[in-house]
Design a protein around this ligand. Sequence first.
Ligand code: ATP
Ligand code: MG
Length: 198
Amino acid sequence: MQDNEKHRSRMVRKKGVVDAAIARADQDKGLLLVLTGNGKGKSSSAFGMVVRTLGYGKKAGVAQFVKSRRDSGEESFLSVQEGVKWHVLGDGYTWETQNRDSDIATAERGWKVAQDMLRDSSLHLVVLDELTYLLKYGYLDMQRVCSDLAARPPMQHVVVTGRAAPERLVEMADTVSEIRDIKHAFRAGVRAQPGIDL
Ligand code: ATP
Ligand code: MG
């Protein structure tokens, strides 16, 4: 009984703190989110936000910068939904293409598509999947990417995914999560599983 009373008064205090924090957050704004780190869950989280967006009857654009094969569950499901613009802009992984010049040309072409989405105020959300690699390898100019992001419609949300997010992007972002790798089944010899890994 005493335990229950103690618990109740702790929860009352906690509710006060949570309610006050919620009341303080009274602004609306188009957010820049960065999902980085070596753990699994960056792209799948970004695509989860596409689903949330569609749930409100709003539109989303997705640019996949690295992958070239059209083979993920999200792509086959989401790209055919009304309200989604899905662009596969990559040429495969850098260790597959092994050609810096052609990677740069692919990145340039891809960024033009991203720029169009960043100027389209009908898009509530834009996902720039695996963009960090293009910045890391210097395929795209950081300054240019930052200014295009800054010039987007004020209420448009953007999610950037990929390992090793550059500091400039982290500074500019409103929300940044680093997903830590603790274990991954791949290292125990399990191949990519449909619905989980792709
Ligand atoms: P997901 O698309 O599953 O959210 P992610 O975007 O965080 O993953 P990426 O680096 O883009 O991770 O890698 C995509 C693929 O590589 C997925 O099949 C994922 O399961 C796998 N993967 C992600 N992190 C790791 C890891 N630490 N070790 C091995 N494989 C990984
Ligand atoms: Mg990913």
